[in-house]
Write a protein that binds this ligand. Structure first.
Ligand code: AKB
Length: 316
């Protein structure tokens, strides 16, 4: 039976991951932790600042965890505003989590990102193994994190695993401080205002994925037979790649009156321009059977339906 501890459990991925894992493995077997207390919690919860190595170890030990999923991190746009803090939090938190995993012999997951690539990386069908010279602090953190996880596997035998997530789109917890967040905002604004002003320029391709596919990918990778994994910590995965005008066109199939214009944010556009247009995820498919269920139009239909229900319920 798995006993899973999650850091950053109130964040965009963490909040939904906790619920999914509680369904899969039982509520009492999934311990959520975060620096802030949630308004309500469906199971065990502890307040944890990931910079506090001793408390992280103590909580994992007392819970009897056999798995640690380290999700706490600053995203790309926020990291760029305070790079020193981003380095300290993203790398310090990861180091504390890896040390906890090493000392307690835990299986370990932490996400990398398309942000681990840079302008010199091949942009189309970006290979699994390729040039990684990112120009953002977030990217520097992600590359260092991938290498650190490899190191803990090769030197200490910690069962580290991870994926390079594209932009994640969800109707539950909004993201905070990412470059790909426009692809979430657009659905909220479509439902609330029928119009969206994009901070990402026309023609900018980025990889994306609907949250249910991202959560399933985590479960599948963690359940995969260790012997089949060659890359372990940094699998390219993707479900779709689109531009702002393509996601707008997808929304217009459901809401013909939806309109979009542009007010490009140079800071986030520069980050987007440094990232791939589309990833090659053949290694993830071959090594642990990764498969995404949602393409752009299927995701759009589901997002708009769920958001209409959610926003209507909130308003009433
Ligand atoms: C971000 O935009 O920073 C994240 C990511 C792609 O890692 N969504």
């Amino acid at each position: 039976m798995k006993k899973i501890m999650i850091t950053g459990a109130c964040g965009q991925i963490g909040s939904e991951l906790v619920e999914k894992l509680r369904v899969e493995y039982g509520t009492e077997n999934v311990l959520a932790t975060d620096i802030r207390k949630p308004v309500s919690s469906s199971g065990p919860f502890e307040v944890l600042d990931v910079m506090d190595a001793e408390r992280m170890y103590d909580i994992a030990n007392a819970f009897g965890a056999d798995t640690l999923m380290h999700m706490a991190a600053l995203l790309s746009a926020t990291a760029e505003k305070d790079p020193v803090f981003a380095w300290n939090l993203n790398m310090g938190g990861l180091m504390n989590a890896l040390e906890t995993a090493r000392k307690l012999n835990l299986q370990f997951f932490t996400p990398s990102s398309i942000g681990a690539f840079g302008p010199s990386t091949p942009k189309d069908n970006t290979p699994q193994d390729t040039l990684q010279r990112p120009t953002t602090m977030y990217g520097v953190n992600k590359v260092a994190g991938e290498l650190l996880c490899d190191y803990y596997y090769t030197h200490f035998g910690v069962d580290t695993r991870g994926v390079r997530f594209p932009g994640l789109i969800s109707n539950v917890t909004p993201p905070g401080g990412g470059t790909t967040d426009y692809a979430v905002d657009i659905y909220y604004q479509a439902v609330e205002k029928g119009h969206y002003t994009s901070y990402i320029a026309e023609g900018t391709y980025m990889d994306m994925m609907y949250m249910p596919d991202a959560l399933q990918a985590i479960v599948d990778l963690m359940e995969a037979d260790s012997d089949t994994l060659v890359h372990r910590n940094a699998f390219n995965i993707t479900a779709m790649s689109f531009t702002p005008e393509q996601i707008a066109a997808s929304i217009q199939k459901v809401m013909p009156n939806f309109t979009m214009d542009y007010d490009v944010d140079p800071a986030r556009q520069a980050i987007a321009d440094s990232w791939p247009n589309s990833l090659d995820d053949s290694a993830a498919k071959a090594e642990w059977g990764f498969k995404a269920a949602y393409d752009l139009d299927k995701m759009t239909v589901d997002m708009l339906e769920k958001l209409r229900r959610k926003l209507y319920r909130t308003a009433s």
